[in-house]
Ligand binder design. Structure first.
Ligand SMILES: [Zn+2]
Length: 114
């Protein structure tokens, strides 16, 4: 009788240990999963940062492409304010571009076929 009680006690002890082992195994698995997710997110963040930098660069490039050479100060600083069909040659596809120079603040216009 005594032996079986001791044996039962041992089993309970083993069960307690077994209960803890899978739990920590699950926790470890979850932590590894979280780790993987974190590094995936970090990698994604890096990609997004790179993409963002590329897009910023592109918008700066397209802005500088839109800048016009100012006839007053000769700086590439004329910003297009308005574009209207030319009064006389609008039918021929001529547009009047109104610029303001961001350097000398003067306004001027240019006729273009765009
Ligand atoms: Zn200017």
């Amino acid at each position: 009788m005594n032996g079986s009680v001791r044996f039962r006690g041992n089993i309970m002890g083993i069960l307690d240990i077994l209960k803890e082992i899978p739990l920590s195994a699950v926790l470890k698995e979850r932590l590894t999963e979280q780790d993987k997710r974190m590094s995936a997110l970090e990698a994604e963040n890096k990609i997004l940062k790179t993409e963002n930098a590329v897009l910023k660069g592109q918008s700066i490039t397209s802005q500088s492409q839109a800048l016009d050479a100012c006839p007053y100060c000769n700086q590439l600083a004329g910003i297009l304010q308005e574009r209207k069909r030319h009064e006389l040659f609008g039918e021929a596809g001529v547009f009047t571009h109104f610029y303001q120079c961001s350097n000398c603040q003067k306004t001027y216009e240019k006729d273009k076929r765009t």
